[in-house]
Design a protein around this ligand. Sequence first.
Ligand SMILES: *[C@@H]1O[C@H](CO)[C@@H](O)[C@H](O)[C@H]1NC(C)=O
Ligand SMILES: *[C@@H]1O[C@H](CO)[C@@H](O)[C@H](O)[C@H]1NC(C)=O
Length: 182
Amino acid sequence: MFAQLAIIALLAASISQQPVQGRGQKEDLLIAVGTLEEQVQELKQKIVALPNTGALCPYPYQQVLDECFYVSKVSLNWNQARQYCQGMQGDLATPRNVYALKSYVIETGAASTQVWLGATDQSSEGTWNWLDGRPITSDWANGMPDNYSGNENCLDLRIKWHPPLNDSVCEVAERFVCQYNL
Ligand SMILES: *[C@@H]1O[C@H](CO)[C@@H](O)[C@H](O)[C@H]1NC(C)=O
Ligand SMILES: *[C@@H]1O[C@H](CO)[C@@H](O)[C@H](O)[C@H]1NC(C)=O
């Protein structure tokens, strides 16, 4: 009996000692959660109402990080490949993220050895710039460019090499990567 009374007394004491401020905070938090839930619902409705602007890259280009690429299923020499890409409102690829593009090419399975990219030293022997004018300063395969046959003036990406960039004979037919500039 005394023990039960003691327990009730302790409970009463602990309840009465619970700071009003604590309850107030709990109520405030519940209200805040309610408001957040309302806001989430509103945002969901706004997302549904958004016009469907479609993907970032126009078909058949695919987004890789923030760039748009297309890996060909046909093989052409470098000049023909460039013409083909330009006919797709793009140009041969000048990736800012060479390894992201490499991963993507591997993933498509479109090419097992190499693909043409957008760079050549045809008009400036020995000076390698991307078609957009940026110099190619990294990602050359070891010892490249080596002008191996005395006639290697176009850039390709070697699927199985690391680093992957190689100078190759422009007249060889290879699959290639086009890029659409956003
Ligand atoms: C590549 O080889 C050709 C033929 O030997 C030569 O004319 C050209 O200058 C070479 N290019 C470079 C960058 O060494
Ligand atoms: C890549 O580099 C090697 C060595 O220079 C060369 O023999 C070859 O023609 C280049 N291109 C391709 C597609 O293998």
